[in-house]
Design a protein around this ligand. Structure first.
Ligand code: SAM
Ligand code: DTB
Ligand code: SF4
Length: 327
């Protein structure tokens, strides 16, 4: 990494993976797969460093979309209390606390299909204020137009999270209110505005291995790899259609992380939602497989995340150091 310019590295990244190639990676023995992923990981990253992001729900619940996994959809009775858009002061206070806890990136999420133009100025103020604290800024607000993406970039937005969630084939079983193409269009608007892309998906929704492989292939074959790739394990919330879905073999999560690492070697792969359901040992396997980012803090958007102290202990036991921790 030290001797190559960013451009030469980018030139070496592939965007032409075939279905067979990706499935063949999934089918390696776990040992061969982890060895390959580790080798790639070490070429691009310090394997003992972990990037930490903190999430804040800036507008909660009552979403018109029908995503079958989501506790925030207004269509399902999940008992979640709705909250309107937070004030600038509330957002800044949460960002200060996240920074004090070691986060380097602050991600603000809203339960919207898409932001309304009338909300844009408030959102822009939030971005500018969080950035002024010295944090990287990230938002996830649903679909964005070209003009909205440009306005947020101008305010200082570093990253935009918008997931493909699953394969194009499995997608209609999970979401009917927006298409796969809508998602690709938003990703293009974000890219063209010069904002870094955070894009991944969810495993454990009842999809097949071929669907997981195809999600990763779609991500890797985008014109540029997303800079961050969140791999979420479904958090089953009572009241959502996916509550009670058959649980995933945990090694499939490890394999998904490893294949993401191999296909998108220079991207941060984030072990995202679902960590409370994983043992320390399984999380360690995911880090060995190439995950190098997590959400840190007691809460994701509306559901639980491991407690900070438990995470600090885990990182210490594994010899993992947060990225802001300078020598
Ligand atoms: N409303 C916006 C949107 O959908 O783009 C932004 C927020 S939405 C909660 C962001 C992502 O969180 C979803 O795309 C999905 O991948 C993930 N997510 C939501 N509920 C989840 C759950 N129960 N388990 C795992 N991941 C979940
Ligand atoms: C992502 O891929 N995972 C995060 C973030 N992007 C916004 C959200 C996970 C949400 C889990 C369910 C909840 O807490 O509401
Ligand atoms: Fe709404 Fe986003 Fe949840 Fe879908 S994932 S229901 S768009 S908040």
């Amino acid at each position: 990494m030290a001797v190559s310019s960013a451009k030469t590295v980018a030139d070496r990244l592939r965007h032409d993976w075939t279905k067979q190639e990706v499935l063949a990676l999934y089918e390696l023995s776990l040992s061969d797969l982890i060895y390959t992923a580790q080798t790639v990981h070490r070429r691009y990253f310090d394997p003992n460093r972990i990037q930490i992001s903190t999430l804040l729900s800036i507008k909660t619940g009552g979403c018109p979309e029908d995503c079958a996994y989501c506790p925030q959809s207004g269509r399902y009775a999940t008992g979640l209390e709705r909250e309107p858009l937070l004030s600038l002061e509330e957002v800044v206070a949460a960002a200060q606390a996240a920074k004090a806890n070691g986060a380097t990136r602050f991600c603000m999420g809203a339960a919207w299909r898409a932001p309304k133009d009338r909300d844009l100025e408030r959102l822009a103020e939030m971005v500018a204020a969080v950035k002024a604290l010295g944090l990287e800024t990230c938002m996830t607000l649903g679909m964005l137009t070209e003009a909205q993406a440009k306005r947020l970039k101008q305010a200082g937005l570093d990253y935009y999270n918008h997931n493909l969630d699953t394969s194009p084939e499995f997608y209609p079983k999970i979401i009917r209110t927006r298409t796969y193409q809508d998602r690709l269009d938003t990703l293009r608007h974000v890219r063209e505005a010069g904002i870094h892309v955070c894009c991944g998906g969810i495993v454990g929704m009842g999809e097949s291995r071929a669907d997981r492989a195809e999600l990763l292939r779609q991500l890797a074959n985008l014109p540029r790899h997303p800079e961050s790739v969140p791999i979420n394990l479904l958090v089953q919330v009572e009241g959502t259609p996916l509550y009670g879905a058959p649980s995933l073999d945990p090694f499939e999560l490890v394999r998904t992380v490893a294949v993401a690492r191999i296909l998108m070697p220079a991207s941060y792969v984030r072990l995202s939602a679902g960590r409370t359901a994983l043992s320390d040992e399984l999380q360690a396997l995911c880090f060995l497989a190439g995950a190098n980012s997590v959400f840190f803090g007691d809460k994701l958007l509306t559901t639980a995340n491991p407690e900070r102290e438990a995470d600090r202990r885990l990182f210490e036991r594994l010899g993992l150091r947060p990225e802001d921790d300078v020598d």
